[in-house]
Design a protein around this ligand. Structure first.
Ligand SMILES: C[S@@+](CC[C@H](N)C(=O)[O-])C[C@H]1O[C@@H](n2cnc3c(N)ncnc32)[C@H](O)[C@@H]1O
Length: 208
């Protein structure tokens, strides 16, 4: 920005830009929690160890379409893009428009698509991107606090959208959602990551 432009830039706009930079993604996430505590369900984003552990079961050579529910400020997006094939696609879906606007602004990658909507509509969203199935679906949704009926609808839609052999990767702060998950994914591998706020329960559900 030139000195002439700086001189023309109104002080409040400059202040807001500086404040946004200082607050950063963690601040935006916290703001999202304060606005919608039930929908966000966590105060800080997932830890690097959680990310590594959750993604460790993905067969990246055989993953073309990767879907993420509830990306928040994109904690998993970069690690997924780092591992994803050059011809792969990462579709993320979040109900919070502030998070989606932030992701669109900050992640520029032709393989990335951020959609404002509900995970319950995953089949239509995947189809709108030109695909029949997803290879993997990742979820950070707070299943135990979602409005009644939403959790089962998302589980059923996820099972339908996954290809046979695909998997649903779920991280949660309690093991309670596993009972719901096991109705749709009878084969679940279980994990736990203590280095996370709060410690995290991981479930990998397979569509055989
Ligand atoms: C625990 S936060 C996500 C944390 C983030 N993925 C991370 O690793 O730090 C849950 C997210 O789910 C989103 N969410 C809640 N209900 C949803 C739904 N039905 N469909 C899609 N996203 C939803 C919230 O807006 C929020 O961004």
């Amino acid at each position: 920005m030139s000195s002439t432009e700086l001189a023309q830039d109104p002080l409040p706009a400059r202040f807001m830009r500086k404040a946004r930079r200082l607050i950063g993604p963690t601040g935006l996430f916290l703001k999202g929690f304060v606005k919608h505590p039930v929908m966000v369900g966590a105060v800080v984003p997932s830890s690097a160890r959680t990310i590594r552990r959750v993604l460790s079961r993905v067969d990246w050579d055989n993953c073309q379409v990767f879907v993420e529910y509830g990306p928040g400020v994109g904690t998993f997006c970069r690690p997924v893009l780092d591992r994803l094939r050059r011809d792969g696609k990462l579709i993320v879906i979040d109900t919070n428009p502030d998070f989606i606007a932030y992701l669109k602004r900050t992640i520029v990658d032709h393989r990335f698509s951020a959609v404002h909507g509900s995970a319950a509509d995953v089949e239509a969203i995947v189809a709108a991107h030109g695909f029949e199935h997803a290879d993997y679906v990742l979820s950070g949704l707070p299943f135990t606090t979602l409005p009644p009926g939403v959790g089962p609808a998302i589980m059923a839609a996820t099972r339908r959208v996954l290809r046979p052999g695909g998997a649903f990767l779920v991280y949660q702060y309690t093991a309670r959602a596993r009972a719901l998950m096991s109705r749709y994914f009878p084969r679940i591998d279980k994990g736990f990551e203590p280095i996370n706020i709060p410690p995290c329960v991981i479930s990998w559900g397979y569509k055989d």
